[in-house]
Every structure is written in structure tokens, then in C-alpha cells.
Design a protein. Structure first.
Length: 127
């Protein structure tokens, strides 16, 4: 087990946390209207995590295989947030990787660099 603070669990598989893993939030709006003066108004109805682009310089073969097996349907992602709380979110993973470099260590273990993945967050929060 890699551990929740240096990994992210996607669809039950522990994946190393990528370079620059940074969460941000975005507002969810509803009821958007344009006033007669041209001002756009909307009601804030909640927030969600913004889409997250992950990229790895070194990802083991088994973790890459798990990422490539994702089909673009909703799965669970488990990670620690900025307050070190464990968070479970529904995400749609979009694998867009160009695995350009294969690395093999002295023990014969294979890893890949240049792997990228986008996580699209689904859950809405109202707190």
C-alpha cells in the first residue's frame, strides 16, 4: 500500500500522486439571467473540485495498465485534500497519455514517463 498522502486511489487502484497535484474549487451556478443593462447574474448553488490534470515523470507498469483500463465512465477517486482529510469523489477519468519513454531499473521493473490523465469531478457540494 502506497498511502493516502502520497497517492490517489482511482477505481480501487493506488496510483502515485502526480507532479503538481493541486486541488482547486469552482462555483456551480444556476438560474443565469442577463439584465436589461447587459449584466450577467446567476445564483451560486454549490461548488465542486475543478478538473484536475495529472502528469507523471515515472509511473510503474501496473499503475499505467490500471489507468489505461479506465473506460471514461464514472469511478471513485480517493485522495487527501488541502487539510489532509481523506476525500472520496466521483470522477470521470480521461486518459490522454503519450507514453513516450519506457524506463527499466536494474531489477527489470518497467516504468513510464510522459503519462497524463484528466479527472473530471462530478460531485456537487453545498457546504
Amino acid at each position: 500500500m502506497i498511502g493516502v498522502f502520497n497517492s490517489i486511489r482511482i477505481n480501487g487502484t493506488e496510483i502515485y500522486r502526480s507532479n503538481g497535484f493541486t486541488l482547486s474549487r469552482e462555483w456551480i451556478y444556476a438560474g443565469e439571467i442577463v439584465t436589461c443593462t447587459g449584466k450577467v447574474c446567476a445564483d451560486v448553488i454549490g461548488w465542486r473540485y475543478a478538473n484536475l490534470h495529472l502528469q507523471w515523470d515515472n509511473l510503474p507498469q501496473d499503475q499505467l495498465t490500471a489507468l489505461l483500463a479506465l473506460s471514461g465512465t464514472a469511478v471513485d477517486a480517493v485522495f487527501s485534500d488541502e487539510s489532509n482529510n481523506t476525500v472520496t469523489e466521483s470522477v470521470i477519468p480521461i486518459v490522454s497519455t503519450a507514453t513516450v519513454t519506457r524506463l527499466t531499473d536494474p531489477h527489470g521493473d518497467v516504468a513510464w514517463s510522459g503519462v497524463s490523465l484528466e479527472l473530471r469531478f462530478i460531485n456537487a457540494h453545498h457546504d
